[in-house]
Design a protein around this ligand. Structure first.
Ligand SMILES: Cc1ncc(COP(=O)(O)O)c(C=O)c1O
Length: 387
């Protein structure tokens, strides 16, 4: 069979199981309940203007970085931004990556060695799992947020042990128990790798995330921050000790073998955090919206049990079944709400859901209207018994 035919067959299988992925352009006329632009910074005109001005004021003409950080791609601007990020994230040092995905694959593929053990929460992001797969270390998942299961696995682990968790889980929107994780890691001499993708910008002073907010940052081996969600721009960084950063510069392939972030991205990251510093009210307003949504949800007793408990901008409602979940999403979209279904295999079979993202710019009326519409749609499309 030709390779083209094999690929076609795979796509046909996906189509038949209702899980075929397609690219679609976000419809600006629908109310955004799906993007990661929690603080509205990706669409903020004043931030846009600040970025434009700052970029224009940089005298260098550098449309692209021209090479890897280790050859021609490094600049004074990269170095100075990393110093600022280290100060923001209260670490000895910080290292930029082209994306959170690159940062996650970098750290897990470069640090744990053969004979070491990676123990990760079963719900961590694909980029962390990818990094673990690229490593020669042994790897095991522990049940989501289950410290007993984690401890059982730590007791059996060999070599240096790396525990991987996220501040806010991207598909469920719930938090990891950071203090308990840190304490357990200290008990077993394990190293915590902590992904703050969905909390960067959303919690902490000037958007520096949950570890800093809870004053636990110094007890974590490595922290990953991303800039494409709350901060509304692009890129990522790893914060940790000077030794960790120097090691990554030497061994992290996603840093070494790629063209560095261009100047425009660097300016955007810097301006985004400066903007957040000047507008801490944005974070407070977002949290008020989350409270409002949860309170409004509590007035729908038939709906509430299907929502995963979450105090983050990610509110997931389990529907079950690819076809059914897709159908519910389509009906909401037809009513003007941009809500996207999360299907298997992205989540486990039976756990297919709508991932509702709340934003600063979603009004109370919009949130109420979404819940009302969802309750009507679900009455006509019963929730799966699997849930
Ligand atoms: C938990 C988590 N980590 C990392 C990433 C990757 O970050 P980026 O989008 O900057 O590549 C994501 C993106 O969805 C994520 O949800």
């Amino acid at each position: 069979m030709s390779i083209q035919q094999k690929l076609k067959d795979k796509l046909n299988q996906r189509e038949a199981s209702g899980s075929l992925r397609k690219l679609s352009v976000a419809d600006k006329n629908k109310i955004d309940f799906c993007s990661n632009d929690y603080l509205g910074l990706a669409r903020n005109k004043s931030l846009h203007q600040r970025i434009q001005e700052a970029y224009t004021n940089v005298s260098d003409i550098h449309n692209g970085a021209t090479g890897s950080r280790l050859i021609s791609g490094n600049s004074e601007y990269h170095i100075s931004l990393e110093k600022k990020l280290a100060s923001l994230f209260q670490s000895e040092s910080a290292l930029l990556f082209n994306s959170g995905y690159a940062a996650n694959t970098a750290i897990l593929s470069a640090i744990p060695q053969k004979g070491d053990t990676i123990i990760y929460d079963e719900y961590i992001h694909a980029s962390l799992k990818e990094g673990a797969r690229l490593s020669f270390a042994n790897r095991f998942a522990f049940h989501h947020n289950d410290l007993h299961d984690l401890e059982r696995k730590m007791q059996k682990a060999t070599g240096d042990v790396f525990v991987v968790a996220e501040s806010v889980y991207s598909m469920d929107g719930d938090f990891a128990p950071l203090l308990e994780l840190v304490t357990l890691c200290e008990k077993y001499g394990a190293n915590l790798i902590w992904d703050e993708a969905h909390s960067t910008g959303v919690w902490g002073r000037e958007g520096n995330g949950i570890a800093c907010m809870e004053n636990l940052h110094e007890r974590i081996f490595a922290r990953v921050y991303t800039f494409g969600k709350g901060p509304g721009v692009h890129g990522g960084c790893i914060a940790g000790s000077e030794v960790l950063i120097q090691y990554l510069i030497n061994f992290a392939r996603p840093l070494i073998y790629t063209t560095a972030l261009p100047l425009h991205s660097l300016v955007s990251i810097e301006e985004s955090f400066r903007f957040q510093q000047d507008h801490m009210i944005l974070q407070d307003s977002l949290h008020a919206s989350i409270q409002f949504f949860r309170k409004a949800l509590s007035t729908y007793p038939s709906l509430e049990p299907h929502f995963i408990e979450s105090q983050s901008p990610i509110q997931a409602v389990k529907i079950g079944g690819n076809q059914r979940t897709r159908m519910v999403a389509i009906q909401l979209q037809q009513s003007g709400f941009d809500v996207r279904p999360i299907l298997s295999p992205t989540v486990k079979e039976g756990e297919e859901r709508l991932r509702i993202c709340l934003h600063l710019y979603n009004t109370e009326q919009e949130m109420e209207a979404l819940l009302e519409e969802l309750s009507i749609v679900l009455q006509n499309t019963p929730i799966s018994v699997e849930n």
